[in-house]
Write a protein that binds this ligand. Structure first.
Ligand code: ADP
Ligand code: AMP
Length: 222
């Protein structure tokens, strides 16, 4: 099963990705998490990416595409994967298509978590993340059991610098201009499925499982 998760920042992609990947035993590939790991390790790529991320801008396509292609070539991706936060531009979507074609492969579905803008600021301002494993929490909607500590790995849970309100507004503008066109891109390829992301976290997940069950029957090839 090969899934692309689409949706504006704060839609709940990371939250749902963790549950989907546990349920279907596929790797969770989050470009945002990969960049944050490079930043925390102060690699050259991390230093370059940070300049864009802190301003709410996208990391350039060539860097991002190369990073994802390298990740997809790893053995754990043979049976499937979930891409969270990639593609974010039409150029990235085309690069992913080329990669799939070269490997005689195809996507199972592009799943849009649909959330209107008025929900986003509250979700982003309350978001707290674990820098170690990438788990995402919300101080009102989904708090960790022990305040400030990740339920999964016990590391510190912090607020992302790019979740400050002014940066979030930039990210939403960039989403509208560069990422939203992917909804039609995948609709035209008959690959788009949509879930209502305004429901409670567990209800969104239940709907996603229903959708993926259908897509597995219709489109899934080993
Ligand atoms: P994304 O990966 O799409 O940017 P996240 O999964 O990190 O989004 O979710 C953004 C914030 O909203 C987090 O604080 C998360 O806990 C919270 N959240 C996610 N899904 C829901 C939901 N269905 N209802 C309320 N809050 C949610
Ligand atoms: P995310 O964790 O998905 O919200 O991503 C955090 C930030 O990382 C984004 O605001 C971008 O700056 C950068 N980023 C993540 N994925 C991509 C991508 N596919 N293309 C370009 N930049 C990305």
């Amino acid at each position: 099963m090969k899934i692309v998760l689409l949706g504006p920042p704060g839609a709940g992609k990371g939250t749902q990705a963790k549950s989907i990947c546990n349920r279907f035993s596929i790797p969770h590939i989050s470009t945002g998490d990969i960049f944050r790991k490079h930043i925390s390790e102060m690699t050259l790529l991390g230093i370059e990416a940070k300049k864009n991320i802190d301003k709410g801008l996208l990391v350039p396509d060539d860097i991002t595409i190369q990073l994802v292609e390298e990740r997809l070539k790893q053995e754990d991706c043979n049976k499937g994967y979930l891409l969270d936060g990639f593609p974010r531009t039409v150029a990235q979507a085309k690069a992913l298509d080329n990669f799939l074609v070269k490997n005689n492969d195809s996507l199972t579905t592009a799943l849009l978590i649909d959330v209107p803008k008025d929900f986003i600021i509250e979700r982003m301002s309350g978001r707290r993340v674990c820098l170690s494993c990438g788990a995402s929490y919300h101080n009102k909607f989904n708090p960790p059991i022990i305040e400030g500590k990740c339920d999964v790995c016990g590391s510190d849970v912090i607020q992302r610098k790019d979740d400050e309100e002014s940066t979030v507004r930039n990210r939403l503008e960039i989403y509208d201009a560069q990422t939203q066109p992917l909804i039609n891109y995948y609709r035209d390829k008959n690959l788009l499925s949509v879930v209502d992301g305004t429901q409670a976290i567990n209800d969104v997940f239940k709907n996603i499982c229903d959708i993926l069950g259908r897509e597995i029957n219709d489109n899934y090839k080993e």
